[in-house]
Design a protein around this ligand. Sequence first.
Ligand SMILES: Nc1ncnc2c1ncn2[C@@H]1O[C@H](COP(=O)(O)OP(=O)(O)OP(=O)(O)O)[C@@H](O)[C@H]1O
Ligand SMILES: Nc1ncnc2c1ncn2[C@@H]1O[C@H](COP(=O)(O)OP(=O)(O)OP(=O)(O)O)[C@@H](O)[C@H]1O
Ligand SMILES: [Mg+2]
Ligand SMILES: [Mg+2]
Lengths: 227, 227
Amino acid sequence: VIELQQIIRNFRLGEGVIKVLKGIDLQINRNEYVALMGPSGSGKSTLMNILGCLDTPTSGQYLLNGRDVSKLIDDELAEIRNHEIGFIFQTFNLLPRSTALDNVILPLIYAGESRKVRTERATNALEQVGLADRMHHRPNELSGGQRQRVAIARALVNKPSILLADEPTGNLDTATSIEIMGLLHEIHRQGNTIIIVTHEEDIAQHAHRIIRLRDGAIENDYQNTDI
Amino acid sequence: VIELQQIIRNFRLGEGVIKVLKGIDLQINRNEYVALMGPSGSGKSTLMNILGCLDTPTSGQYLLNGRDVSKLIDDELAEIRNHEIGFIFQTFNLLPRSTALDNVILPLIYAGESRKVRTERATNALEQVGLADRMHHRPNELSGGQRQRVAIARALVNKPSILLADEPTGNLDTATSIEIMGLLHEIHRQGNTIIIVTHEEDIAQHAHRIIRLRDGAIENDYQNTDI
Ligand SMILES: Nc1ncnc2c1ncn2[C@@H]1O[C@H](COP(=O)(O)OP(=O)(O)OP(=O)(O)O)[C@@H](O)[C@H]1O
Ligand SMILES: Nc1ncnc2c1ncn2[C@@H]1O[C@H](COP(=O)(O)OP(=O)(O)OP(=O)(O)O)[C@@H](O)[C@H]1O
Ligand SMILES: [Mg+2]
Ligand SMILES: [Mg+2]
């Protein structure tokens, strides 16, 4: 379902060029559950942004469900980002002046759902992450882990077939993390594809395959036999 | 050095009142190393904000080095926040349009240090967290873990005697976390007081004392005998 060929991503900074992804070759099939690990700064979020069609590689090819992403027009990309891919950002990226509920409703507005369906589904998603009693709080009236869970609910609400989760339990206590990993398992069980960035070995152990990045290149890519 | 008596913190939201801290009694002596744990939403960051003189309790008393914090004037509070207390925020709170270096220099400007000393100390602090080659990047040109390390460097640069760290390794891989915990140990060894919020048991094990919060009250407060 995902095929990356020689993906390179450079950033220009001042006079110099920073080579962040140095030629990534990667194939991920439908319904795989992949953990992406690696040191801080190794390029995990950058890779996730490319996978999520939020960033364009400097060179190389990205085939998503057989289609060359660089050849898609804006409308097709918007459709993919809204319906096929759910993204949980490392820094949440919530709208600061909207409530938790309105933040989770937003993707449903883009998807053209009716008001009744939107409120129902968003409320449901927030209940699933344990935030039923925080729906009308704005982000600055929520704890760090509660904001993270709003970001999770928002990513799930359009039932995407590919879920990209960048450190989804980074701000959660053990008990809440277990609940969230349970949610992800259910999504995986329904046939969807999950790619999770984590620096915690316990969380990575939930995945069937582990990919380790170092300095912008894949250092290791193996099946998780302890699962 | 820190004494909290019946600290209550309520938030008003719409028609209702949310009772976030429900009467905290706490005493922390000089040079203690305390881990503060508890479920998401239990009140850890709210408690840290009160300890850091960034928030005022609804009722109760906070004695810092024997002085009643509620009786201090603005200049005295600013002095405490700038010289005595270092705060690593759960959401980093970096200035988005300043470089990493300028973010770390900021507390030194408030402290009235000369330009030469400021640049030297800030550079040093960034080297200590492994960001020597990222000093001129702005936050949106840094990875999540790199931003976290800028926040750490900024908190240390005025050599505070009390360090409040809210999830300081939440976005860091294991190897980088070990380096940061090593830094904190050195600060502790020099006689300073450390309070660290963490949801990771491995990180909490570095502390000598563990305080567990639940629903805004202290559920458990014990010495870490495994250390
Ligand atoms: N301004 C506010 N208005 C209303 N409620 C608030 C406000 N700020 C925080 N809260 C509530 O206070 C509670 C405690 O928040 P706090 O940030 O202290 O939790 P925490 O223990 O740090 O959680 P986490 O581990 O998720 O970071 C949460 O339930 C949150 O929704
Ligand atoms: N806009 C940019 N300009 C220059 N360099 C950048 C930019 N964005 C990211 N970088 C650099 O790219 C590298 C990879 O960043 P990325 O966010 O992908 O890392 P990461 O693996 O997700 O790290 P972490 O675990 O800390 O979140 C970092 O060294 C970062 O400094
Ligand atoms: Mg990242
Ligand atoms: Mg918190």
